[in-house]
Design a protein around this ligand. Structure first.
Ligand SMILES: Nc1ncnc2c1ncn2[C@@H]1O[C@H](COP(=O)(O)OP(=O)(O)O)[C@@H](O)[C@H]1O
Ligand SMILES: [Mg+2]
Length: 251
């Protein structure tokens, strides 16, 4: 899940899609690459940040170890069945420049490859920046989802984002596909979101045909630290997220 813009729903969508995936019986892993740890908090996993966070996984690539711990060691169970997490950490910030200068950009890809027998699906939440970690994610991933919040500024970054993804595909990850743009916080009774989405479609941006509406249920779900599929399985918002998940699975 990636967009340089913050507040567009990256963490909300990553957690909810991963939870729906787990709910469907798929062994699922969420990796939180944002120092803000919003996905980790949402999954009520802040207590797991300790010694097995994503920062610890990256850190062992730049410190000497006789035996490096396998990536599986950093995957911890959440309270949701079939859903594990590699918890986020503020310490990612202090490690970033050293990881970058020592060319560790493929380490996440290696970690994911080593986990491919363990998990059916891996969802990655990223920070609102094209930093070392989101680059690592785009190099490791097979598909990229771009959420937008359907306001006027949402479009502005999309063109350069697509260019950047095309560049990463060419230089580092031939597999990488933009799976789609997710229209989040869509308000069907307002004109601007409709106009923005129809303009994007007219410009051939791959907007997924299921829109995620704006609803207080999302905030309630954050507060309850419970993804919507568990908290409100029959809510309209949940149904649209399930709709997105189904589109992704049809791939
Ligand atoms: N569909 C939605 N309806 C209502 N609020 C939403 C929706 N999606 C996200 N939000 C809210 O918007 C804020 C930003 O969402 P978040 O997922 O943290 O974005 P990001 O990870 O891109 O910064 C959060 O407070 C979240 O609760
Ligand atoms: Mg976030």
């Amino acid at each position: 899940m990636f967009n340089k813009k913050g507040g567009v729903g990256k963490s909300s969508l990553t957690v909810n899609l991963a939870a729906i995936s787990a709910h469907n019986g798929l062994k699922t892993l969420l990796i939180d690459l944002d120092t803000q740890c919003n996905s980790t908090a949402y999954l009520d996993a802040m207590q797991l940040k300790g010694a097995n966070s994503i920062a610890d996984l990256f850190e062992q690539t730049i410190t000497f170890h006789l035996h490096r711990r396998p990536a599986k060691d950093f995957c911890q169970a959440t309270k949701i069945e079939n859903l594990d997490i590699i918890a986020g950490s503020e310490r990612l910030a202090e490690l970033e420049s050293e990881l970058d200068s020592r060319h560790k950009i493929y380490k996440l890809k290696e970690a994911l490859q080593s986990l491919s027998d363990e998990y059916d699906r891996i969802y990655i939440d990223t920070a609102p920046a094209l930093n070392f970690y989101s680059m690592s994610a785009l190099i490791a991933a097979q598909r990229c989802l771009i959420p937008i919040d359907c306001d006027d500024f949402a479009r502005q970054g999309l063109y350069s984002l697509q260019q950047k993804i095309a560049e990463i595909r060419e230089d580092h990850n031939a597999e990488l596909e933009v799976e789609g743009i997710i229209a989040n916080q869509f308000m069907s009774n307002a004109n601007l979101p409709k106009q923005i989405v129809s303009e994007l479609i007219a410009e051939n941006y791959p907007v997924l045909p299921e829109y995620v509406s704006q609803s207080v249920k999302m905030r309630e779900s954050h507060q309850a630290k419970l993804p919507l599929i568990k908290m409100a399985p029959n809510h309209k918002l949940t149904k649209s997220l399930v709709g997105i998940f189904d589109i992704l699975e049809k791939g």
